[in-house]
Design a protein around this ligand. Structure first.
Ligand code: BES
Ligand code: MN
Ligand code: ZN
Length: 484
């Protein structure tokens, strides 16, 4: 299959650099069947049967880019559209002719096209034993080639796009695994692979270590479980004395039943995705290992456990003591993410003295009420860091929306018996969760990304399949690449 892109315009002629292609689509254009609208596609089989010369392509796919000026996101979506057409046909090899535009640099065109193609080709078929479903068959795609004028900047763009997309797909792979097949131990194993491959310093805290360190949050949440908890720590150092340190923390809740405050049964299977924050952080470390950023040291921490009911489980009303000594009255055992993050954050601040912290977590259902499945919620104690993250989200096509923090929200966490309680009084559920985390970062610039609405069931996009989206991975990658 050969793939060309066409921009929509007001004239009678489609805009396309290639004469043959222009002639091919001209009739469809005149008939009004294909105008180059964004996402529009038309597929030709140009060789009449019996005349096969073996020279020309079997399929010619034309994809519309729309009339707006091409953006990074439009390119990514175009790549996703190509990928889905390739998957629906029996295409094995394809040549994608990357368009030239004035609006985007060549390396960016290639970067975003590559991201769209690779993220859009993603399939998770590990547990499928038949290919009988017509609409759900394994992709036959073996090879994608890009045709670009000029090579060196294109090659750079290709590498950037590839590294980002592969990290995104890795995060999806972890999330797709059932809760019983992706346990804290599996998180620890993957971190071992990363540390071996890229030379990261690695530490995994066991339950015993946690007990010695007084991590009452993760210990408490793990009490009902048959699986041991793990706190995974990976460290990347630039080797430069003065480089700042960025701490990444991801919620690695491998299954959230709610614990004694049990969730309703309907939809509970989706709670295997409650580890998407942790997956995003480790997948971002894969990029760190590949690119070895020069300006910033990175520490990744993933507190990992499941949240199960049982005779030893945490009870509503129990009081726990976190790593930093703060006591918390557990009102609802389903507000567990903040409990494991509290230990990870305060341990991270204490141990690594980071210059900035970003945490990612599927933390509240309330963020779906506020922002739907379209934007990640951002909460932060620092405007500069927020601006950086908003910009990284914009560049990577993962939009965020900032919500406020403040003493009026923190007050909602007041407890009669302990320092604070783990759920706020009625209202502002996403913000009170953020206010809870804020208690554990001190004065360090910190941002919290609530990805409960975007980690799966994400806003429909050609390069994001059903199931886990891998959201946050490319935002972190952009943030690290742009760190000054
Ligand atoms: N993992 C959930 C949040 C969640 C809910 C993510 C729905 C995606 C979809 C989290 O641990 C949780 O249960 N949060 C509670 C907090 C409440 C008890 C204060 C929630 O949002 O209901
Ligand atoms: Mn929960
Ligand atoms: Zn949870």
């Amino acid at each position: 299959m050969i793939v060309h892109f066409v921009r929509q315009n007001e004239k009678k002629e489609p805009t396309c650099a290639d004469d043959t292609i222009r002639n091919l689509i001209q009739p469809a254009f005149e008939a009004g069947d294909f105008l180059g609208k964004e996402g529009q596609t038309i597929l030709f089989y140009p060789e009449p049967s019996g005349t096969k010369t073996q020279k020309g392509p079997k399929r010619v796919l034309i994809v519309g880019l729309g009339k707006d000026k091409p953006s990074r996101e439009i390119l990514r979506k175009a790549g996703g559209t190509v990928a889905s057409t390739a998957a629906k046909t029996k295409t094995t090899t394809m040549l994608v002719v990357v368009p030239e535009t004035e609006e985007l640099k060549k390396s960016e065109m290639v970067e975003c096209m590559t991201e769209g193609l690779l993220l859009g080709t993603y399939q998770f078929r590990k547990y499928k034993t038949t290919n009988e479903d017509q609409n759900d068959t394994p992709s036959t795609l073996e090879k994608i080639e890009l045709s670009v004028a000029g090579t060196s900047s294109a090659r750079h763009g290709l590498k950037l796009g590839q590294v980002a997309a592969e990290a995104g797909c890795k995060a999806r792979d972890m999330a797709n695994e059932p809760g019983s097949a992706w346990t804290p131990t599996h998180f620890a194993k993957y971190s071992l692979e990363l540390s071996k491959q890229y030379g990261f310093r690695r530490k995994v805290l066991s339950l015993n270590n946690m007990k010695k360190m007084g991590m009452g949050g993760i210990i408490g949440v793990n009490q009902g479980s048959a699986e041991p908890p793990k706190m995974i720590i990976l460290e990347y150092k630039t080797g430069r004395k003065k480089a700042p340190t960025l701490l990444l923390v991801g919620k690695g809740l491998t299954f959230d039943s709610g614990g004694i405050s049990l969730k309703p049964g309907s939809g509970m299977q989706d709670m295997k995705y409650d580890m998407c924050g942790g997956a995003a952080v480790l997948a971002a470390m894969q990029m760190v290992g590949e690119e070895k950023p020069k300006r910033v040291n990175i520490v990744a921490i993933v507190p990992a456990t499941d949240n199960m009911p049982g005779p030893h489980a945490l009870k509503p009303g129990d009081i726990i003591t976190h790593y930093n000594g703060k006591t918390v009255e557990v009102i609802n055992t389903d507000a567990e993410g903040r409990l494991i993050l509290a230990d990870a954050l305060s341990y991270g601040v204490d141990t690594f003295k980071p210059d900035a912290i970003v945490d990612l977590a599927t933390l509240t259902g309330a963020v779906i009420i506020g922002l739907g499945h379209h934007r990640t919620g951002l909460l932060s104690n620092n405007d500069k860091l927020s601006e950086k993250i908003l910009a990284a989200g914009e560049r990577s096509g993962e939009p965020l929306w900032r919500l406020p923090l403040g003493p009026e929200y923190t007050k909602q966490l007041k407890s009669e018996i302990a320092d604070i309680k783990n759920v706020g009084s009625k209202g502002a559920g996403t913000i009170t969760a953020g206010a809870f985390l804020q208690e554990f970062v001190g004065e360090t610039p910190w941002a919290h990304l609530d990805i409960a609405g975007t980690a799966w069931k994400y806003t429909e996009k050609s390069y994001i399949p059903k199931g886990p989206s891998g959201v946050g991975v490319r935002t972190l990658i952009e943030l690290i690449r742009a760190w000054r």
